[in-house]
Design a protein around this ligand. Structure first.
Ligand SMILES: Cc1cc2nc3c(=O)[nH]c(=O)nc-3n(C[C@H](O)[C@H](O)[C@H](O)COP(=O)(O)O)c2cc1C
Length: 332
């Protein structure tokens, strides 16, 4: 496999699972690494400002054995971003990713996230300041621009590369598009041509075949896959296999998905406690069970789960209903 070099960080994966708030936490990352330990991943986005008030943010927590992993920061105040970056480095991150792509109004109204693409000088100033205070590589995640009339991603990326940003993730939509329409992969290639550091093309990749097509169209070094990995933590492994060998392992069987879902829930409970773990876990369980017979009934039942024990009984019953005799080994 051709290594992707983000500054001093060498990555043995064509796949980056970029930040997803409420998804790419410690538990999710651990499950992904059961299938492919080298997948590049990042935490959920973390507010630089919130970090200053409460440095003990759970989202910052990394496991000592999870590498390569980045911490994504958002914010628009230079000195606040500097302090947050130092904290992220001390936490053990392999790289810092600066969020210049989040479209949510509550983020952009304060000049954070995608709003930074409208303030390219400020965006460059922030990145420069962050690069100056840390030794680890700094990357940027961006969209194509604010709207159709302002697609400045190539120009901004070129400026950011000049001051030392060593990799980009480009979501092929504008801020105005949020998640509507489809990602414009050929527009991503304009960013790729504007810089010489690695670019991860992002948007609407659902399968290994999609990943190959995106790489062919954009010429990017790698592919960033977010939503399609929800309930499919094996996807990055399948994509890496496909890009290396042209074939990939089939996805797990339905009974195996139940085992994986259970492991994921246990990790969540470990990290966040039973109440929060089960509450947040429902969304993940629903994602794992998407292809199950009676999926809508299954969804309804998952929505009612309130404890680890209820979840355990539910998953056991589901497995029995799938006419599988052997017990859930890890459920007991
Ligand atoms: C639930 C959810 C949360 C997200 N949170 C973040 C985030 O914290 N930071 C970020 O840069 N992008 C975030 N994104 C955007 C994704 O990283 C990605 O750019 C986008 O979903 C497009 O990729 P996809 O088509 O593979 O999903 C989020 C997306 C989703 C669906």
């Amino acid at each position: 496999m051709k290594k992707i070099k983000l500054g001093s960080l060498e990555v043995n994966s064509y796949v980056y699972i970029p930040p997803m708030a409420g998804v790419t936490d410690l538990a999710f990352r651990k499950i992904v690494r059961m299938f492919d330990k080298d997948t590049l991943m990042s935490t959920e986005m973390i507010s630089s400002k919130a970090l200053l008030y409460s440095p003990d943010q759970k989202r910052m927590k990394l496991s000592p054995d999870e590498h390569p992993v980045g911490i994504q920061l958002f914010g628009h105040e230079v000195n606040v971003m500097e302090k947050a970056a130092v904290m992220a480095e001390e936490q053990g991150a392999d790289f810092i990713d600066i969020n210049m792509g989040c479209p949510a109004p509550k983020i952009t109204k304060g000049k954070d996230g995608a709003a930074l693409m409208r303030e390219p000088d400020l965006a460059v100033e922030i990145a420069k300041a962050v690069i100056n205070v840390v030794k680890i590589p700094v990357t940027v995640k961006m969209r194509l621009g604010w709207d159709d009339c302002n697609k400045n991603a190539p120009a901004l990326a070129a400026k950011l590369e000049k001051i030392g940003v060593c990799g980009f993730t480009v979501h092929g939509r504008t801020r105005q598009q949020h998640y509507t329409g489809s990602a414009d992969w050929s527009a991503i290639s304009e960013v790729r041509k504007a810089v010489s550091v690695p670019v991860f093309g992002n948007g609407d990749v659902k399968t290994p075949q999609d990943a190959l097509r995106l790489l062919e169209i954009t010429g990017c070094s790698g592919v960033a896959i977010a939503r399609a990995t929800m309930g499919a933590p094996w996807l990055s492994s399948q994509i890496n296999q496909y890009l290396e060998k042209g074939v990939f392992d089939p996805e797990p069987t339905l009974p195996d998905k139940i085992e994986i879902a259970w492991k994921h829930l246990i990790e969540l409970i470990e990290v966040k406690g039973e109440n929060v773990g089960v509450r947040e876990g429902r969304r993940h369980l629903i994602n794992y069970m998407k292809a199950f017979p009676n999926a809508s009934k299954v969804r309804g039942e998952i929505g009612k789960l309130n404890s680890k024990e209820e979840a355990r009984c539910f998953l056991l019953r589901l497995k029995e209903e799938l006419a599988v005799k052997n017990n859930l080994a890890c459920v007991g």
